[in-house]
Design a protein around this ligand. Structure first.
Ligand code: ZN
Length: 145
């Protein structure tokens, strides 16, 4: 099996059985994301433990790439700190736009194939933008206590 087939299988698998699919209730934050060009729509709910993303779920409807990307993202970001998530997104975005770096992205590397289909980059990045919006939503109000 060559790398392309392996990556295609990862996408198919995560589209068929998305990980962390659903909604956290209660959640510390949520955000809704839409990609009108393709019709993808998803929402992300999350729980924080200090600076760490303790748990994350997503749900919604969309094309295979948008769902697989959200599933892969959810596995990759769980348990990470904000800063690490931001860094990971930069690396994934570079990969998806045809500028892969040297970082080992694990299964997220499967998204590298979208670089050949620029319209799909929006599908694959939707979950990241939505996660980012949710993360910003949790910035706790400044407390003097
Ligand atoms: Zn799409």
């Amino acid at each position: 099996m060559d790398l392309k087939e392996l990556y295609r299988d990862v996408i198919l698998d995560h589209n068929r059985s998305p990980r962390n699919f659903g909604k956290l209730d209660p959640a510390d934050a949520m955000a809704v994301g839409r990609n009108p060009l393709c019709g993808d729509k998803l929402d992300v709910t999350l729980r924080m433990e200090g600076d760490r993303l303790a748990d994350v779920r997503f749900q919604g409807q969309g094309c295979a790439i948008s769902v697989a990307s959200a599933s892969l993202m959810s596995e990759a970001v769980k348990g990470r700190r904000r800063e690490e998530i931001e860094q990971l997104y930069q690396q994934v975005h570079a990969l998806m736009t045809g500028h892969p770096g040297s970082a080992d992205l694990g299964k997220l590397a499967a998204l590298g194939g979208v670089a050949e289909f620029p319209a799909r980059v929006k599908c694959a990045s939707l979950c990241w933008h939505t996660l980012n919006a949710a993360l910003n939503d949790t910035r706790a109000p400044v407390s003097t206590e």
